[in-house]
Design a protein around this ligand. Structure first.
Ligand SMILES: C[S@@+](CC[C@H](N)C(=O)[O-])C[C@H]1O[C@@H](n2cnc3c(N)ncnc32)[C@H](O)[C@@H]1O
Ligand code: SF4
Length: 274
């Protein structure tokens, strides 16, 4: 075996969401304004995962995210599919914004493995209105859950940070330094993200590309569905991405975690819907 262990792989299932958070890291309000809110195709996601499972030995954490992952048309089928590959991951973190009541069928599949946990982000009682009910349901169904309270004095992480794209592209040198200081640049913790067929390193470059704030060619990508590439070639590309000291997307980013004293904002503030 190659003994390739990835720390974290997120699956960005959908650009649809029940909320329109002003500082959303996935730029959901802009996505809606541009008419780009869609779900990734389920067959495409499954194929990407099967390819990745063939390439690596273990993924420590798979995160289901978006947008609001529960809205994905095939979310229950996807959880059932993941249950069949439990030897390939240690944990599934299911992120949700506390606005949708968990269905019996979703709870039923989540209860089937101790590796599954709901991360319920609580943006305040007027926004995340289903948190308490969902907590009760999780207890009833013996499903793991964690509530991250993002409001009030003791807000999780003291609130959100501003992930707006940089107004001006910075130099390769400056971006390289920023990447090495960034929370997403830590060598042993590089976060990969799947968008349909594409595997990228760090979520931000692709999110910026979606809203037209950076070019596609400056995103590190691997097309998992590329029939011209064999599995070994794909594995080499993955390792290149994992070990790189330069992510060209950083040239458009302010850096996540570069400054521990960076200004924090109230999480989940809603913008007017268009
Ligand atoms: C883009 S959201 C998608 C999942 C789900 N809709 C939610 O809000 O929980 C993924 C994670 O990023 C966090 N997040 C979003 N925007 C952020 C920001 N500007 N700063 C810090 N965290 C942010 C959310 O709280 C959530 O935990
Ligand atoms: S709930 Fe807010 S943070 Fe989460 S994806 Fe939707 S708009 Fe973004």
């Amino acid at each position: 075996m190659n003994n390739i262990i990835l720390h974290r792989v997120a699956i960005h299932l959908t650009w649809r969401c029940t909320l329109r958070c002003e500082k959303c890291g996935a730029y959901i309000p802009e996505i809606y304004a541009k008419g780009l809110a869609f779900d990734y195709d389920y067959e495409e996601i499954k194929h990407s995962l099967l390819t990745l499972f063939e390439m690596v030995d273990m993924i420590e954490v798979i995160t289901l995210t978006g947008g609001e992952a529960i809205l994905h048309k095939n979310i229950i089928d996807l959880c059932k599919f993941l249950l069949e590959y439990q030897d390939k991951f240690k944990r599934i973190d299911f992120q949700t914004n506390g606005t949708i009541l968990f269905s019996d069928s979703l709870l039923n599949v989540m209860a089937k493995s101790d590796k599954f946990t709901f991360f319920i982000d609580h943006y305040g009682p007027d926004i995340s209105t289903k948190v308490e009910q969902n907590v009760e349901l999780c207890k009833e169904w013996c499903v793991n859950y964690m509530v991250r309270k993002y409001y009030g004095e003791d807000a999780h992480m003291n609130g959100w940070i501003d992930w707006s794209p940089r107004k001006e592209k910075i130099s390769k040198d400056a971006a390289q330094k920023q990447f090495m200081l960034c929370a997403n640049g830590r060598l042993d913790q590089r976060p990969f993200v799947i968008y349909g067929n594409l595997l990228t390193l760090c979520a931000m470059p692709f999110c910026r590309y979606q809203i037209g704030a950076q070019p596609f060619e400056d995103i590190l990508t691997l097309n998992l569905a590329d029939n011209q590439m064999g599995i070994e070639e794909k594995r080499q590309r993955l390792l290149e991405m994992r070990d790189t000291n330069f992510n060209p997307g950083c040239q458009y980013c302010c850096g996540i975690g570069v400054d521990p004293n960076v200004k924090r904002y109230k999480a989940g503030e809603q913008v007017k819907r268009i």
